[in-house]
Ligand binder design. Sequence first.
Ligand SMILES: [Zn+2]
Ligand SMILES: [Zn+2]
Length: 338
Amino acid sequence: MVFKCSSCGSCMTYDFKGDTLKCPNCGNTDNPDIEYDNKENFDLCPICGGQLNLGKYGSAVKCGYCDSYVVSDTRLGGDNTPYRIIPTTITKKEMFELLTKKFGKYLCIIPEIFSQSRLKEVIIEYVPYWVYRFGVRAVYNGVVKESVTTGNTTVTDTYNVSETWDLDMGNVPVDASDRMPDEILDALEPFDFKKGLDFKPEYLSGSNSELFNHDSDFYKEEASYKVCDCVYEFIDDRIHEKFPHAVNITDKKLRDETIINMRTLDRDYYLLPVYRYSYTFEDGKVLDYYVNGQTKEIYGTAPISKKRLWGAIAAIVTAFAGGAALITTFLMLIGGAV
Ligand SMILES: [Zn+2]
Ligand SMILES: [Zn+2]
């Protein structure tokens, strides 16, 4: 489908700040004229009939012939309808301003790299993600050594530690696009899921988007590894809280001495905003830039913080109080139990 301006006939795009479709040509926000997909040939542009570059999973794309923004109402129906979408909070122009600030050193080599004339090459992608929620039981059994030095004397104490935690870990995202590079998307996390909106097709007008490439089971293992990393981080923090002078806690020790059981409580299909821009030098070398369209995190030099990730995905932490196991059906057994 294409959202045409009822005043001048241009293609309207979604303006999240104003929460409305808006004509970039005349500024009109009134009801659009909607041209729906050609049901027999949904991969043809509803405006000019040109072949759309939708590929196997494309659900929103700009027509290469008439520049209309086409949102595929055929592809986005039924089970392929996203549950929620996180809107972008920045414009293409603001994205370039962020990049200029961060990568300004390139400007003396290639003055036009972030110039207005290149804005049209910036693409906003609504990337398909599966977002999981897991119920996790983490059991730590190990020996903690604590050393305290006073003057020339060092006293080392040894403790047997046995603790169990039940954790509810939600908002665990895994991108469901084969085309987008996983390591870059991981570096752009986290997203703030509280800002998600119920999906409407007009949100995609002006952007590129894809359907999930595989169902949620396909990505579940990847999600579980993300959760395990956060759990080890969590236990590390708990041990250091209790034993501030612990000297023998290593990543390997934590992994060897922790048993993690988890089950999937929920999973939902989201679209999350990522800006993409590539600059190609004459010798063919390519500079790629990616920006989280919500948090403005830039791919390139910004390091990922595991602590931030932990804060983002841990909803509830319940200290284990004994008694019957709360979690009886374990879909996955990871860590020391394998
Ligand atoms: Zn208009
Ligand atoms: Zn067209």
